[in-house]
Design a protein around this ligand. Structure first.
Ligand SMILES: Cc1cc2nc3c(=O)[nH]c(=O)nc-3n(C[C@H](O)[C@H](O)[C@H](O)COP(=O)(O)OP(=O)(O)OC[C@H]3O[C@@H](n4cnc5c(N)ncnc54)[C@H](O)[C@@H]3O)c2cc1C
Length: 489
């Protein structure tokens, strides 16, 4: 890949905006081709239907955004986004029990996805020399199997078609990308693809939080336990801007979903703990039910193609999608953009295939984390040749259950696990001698038997404490349970 001067980004969503910003550091001309028209306020739009569901941005992705667009995280929190230190500021029931609220080096931003997109887009477009062509649909790649020279586009209002020329075209058209068809039209074979599909579906609803709980009440996350052999049901209550909560109920294949508003609360009651349902009793719904069936883990391997054309790359959901319950899509996309930035910065000859391989490496951690968990669910459909998923399942599950269980009660293990979950540290750290040594000497706090909520937090939502919270000693509010330590990130 010689030094490109003119870049075209296909799709102006989350990954598209970050890609455009990154390319503008390397090229004089960057154009974004976007099929939609952007709303003039932070609202969801047709091209990103997932934006109506809960989105968290983990620190592993947030730090990349901040590097490319300094000031973005402050702008988001000024606009009402909540910066949550995990696990200190959250209440989580994992597959193996309740998580103690330990401090950590990592955080997550919680707010509406339309706000995230809005602030990032404003920041990107304010940097100048990025041209955005709205209501313009990418139809096909121009060029041949050896080199892509541009893209064929259509104006979605007038219908006029034209070819835009570029040295580099990046496909970030999201999960509906037509790249396989486009490559096929150039005579290239289909890309290798892995699929791990637990059939995850989401049902979300926005609530006005009770008056005392618009700030200061922790996000709540109730996960399923795949080892019951039953389909998994999940529930989450996340704080949003404007004193609202977004409540998501989700289930793997066979778990069903609420289909009518009247089913929402009973579904929440059917989770492993009544906390989400108890919170809903005192909150006011502001919307109807919003449903999404986009829960598959799917990864393409363009770098494996014998002849990957010069001048073409793919990123974001176009390259890999993950079960949203892990909250990794946007961070994985941001990390892919950072990988491409590093590649373009390197001196010497480059090929598009090398760049694509570097991007693929960044996708690997979220892929293996999501796929190796989802494969445990009953009714999961699997099509993969990844040896990490096809062999040694029993040993893998035993080891992951062992460390997951310790992380619930050990601050040191929890901190490393949160580093990994936030995409800040490679999962390889979990098999390092350093981590194994840490596990052999960590001290475990007593097991929690109820949600770790302080009396003050419970009062915010008019709930009574449940007793006992720990199986043995260790009253809630001890330094190890709710730390006063500030964000270390
Ligand atoms: C229910 C749900 C919940 C999620 N929750 C989280 C979460 O908590 N945390 C997280 O990190 N991720 C989450 N994700 C994943 C996240 O939404 C995606 O990873 C992220 O949006 C990927 O960005 P992208 O730019 O690749 O795709 P998108 O954001 O989908 O953008 C694609 C863009 O391409 C445009 N486009 C499409 N086709 C064309 C075309 N032919 N020509 C021109 N433009 C086109 C679209 O209009 C759109 O603007 C969730 C996903 C779902 C489905």
């Amino acid at each position: 890949m010689s030094k490109p001067e003119r870049g075209i980004v296909l799709g102006g969503g989350w990954a598209g905006m970050l890609t455009a910003r990154m390319l503008s550091r390397h090229m004089r001309h960057v154009t974004v081709v976007e099929r939609d028209v952007y709303p003039d306020t932070p609202r969801s739009r047709k091209g990103t239907p997932q934006a109506r569901h809960s989105h968290i941005l983990w620190s592993g992705g947030a730090r990349v955004v901040e590097e490319f667009l300094p000031g973005t995280l402050d702008r988001l929190t000024d606009a009402g986004a909540h910066r949550i230190v995990l696990q200190r500021d959250a209440v989580t029931l994992g597959p193996h029990g309740w998580q103690h609220r330990f401090p950590s080096r990592q955080f997550a931003l919680m707010c509406g996805r339309p706000l995230l997109d809005w602030v990032v887009r404003e920041q990107v477009l304010a940097t100048g020399h990025i041209r955005v062509r709205q209501h313009t649909e990418a139809l096909a790649l121009a060029g041949g199997p050896e080199r892509i020279t541009g893209v064929r586009v259509r104006d979605t209002v007038g219908g006029a078609e034209e070819t835009l020329r570029a040295d580099l075209v990046v496909d970030v058209t999201g999960r509906g990308s037509r790249i396989t068809n486009w490559l096929g039209e150039l005579g290239l074979p289909p890309l290798d693809e892995d699929v791990v599909d637990a059939g995850m579906a989401y049902c979300s609803r926005i609530y006005q939080a009770p008056p005392g709980a618009t700030k200061g009440f922790p996000p709540v996350n109730l996960a399923a336990d795949p080892h019951t052999g039953e389909p998994g049901r999940f529930g989450a209550v996340y704080p949003q801007e404007g004193g609202r909560w977004i409540v998501t109920l989700a289930g793997t294949r066979g778990a069903g979903l609420p289909t009518h508003e009247a089913d929402f609360l009973p579904y929440a009651r059917s989770l492993r703990d009544p906390l989400v349902a108890d919170l809903l009793e005192d909150a006011t719904p502001l919307t109807g039910l919003m449903v999404s069936h986009f829960g598959v883990n799917r990864r393409l391997y363009p770098e494996r193609l014998g002849r990957w054309p010069e001048g073409l790359l793919m990123l974001g959901d176009a390259l890999a999608v993950f079960n949203p319950i892990y909250g990794h899509g946007m961070s994985a996309a941001a990390r892919g953009v950072a990988a491409l930035d590093e590649h373009l910065t390197k001196p010497g000859p480059r090929t598009a295939r090398d760049a694509q391989a570097a991007i693929g490496e960044r996708v690997d951690a979220p892929w293996i984390m999501a796929a190796s968990k989802d494969i445990e669910y009953v009714n999961c459909r699997v099509r993969t040749t990844d040896p990490r998923l096809t062999g040694g399942a029993a040993d893998r599950h035993r080891f992951s259950a062992f460390i997951d269980t310790r992380a619930l009660r050990s601050p040191a293990v929890s901190a490393v696990m949160t580093d990994v979950a936030s995409l800040s540290t490679s999962p390889a750290e979990l098999s390092s001698s350093r981590f194994l040594a840490l596990m052999s000497k960590d001290e475990l706090l007593p097991e929690l038997t109820a949600p770790p909520l302080s009396a003050d937090e419970l009062a915010l939502v008019n709930l009574e404490p449940r007793t006992p919270v720990t199986a043995a000693a260790g009253p809630l509010g001890s330094p190890a349970v709710v730390s006063e330590e500030g964000p270390t990130s």
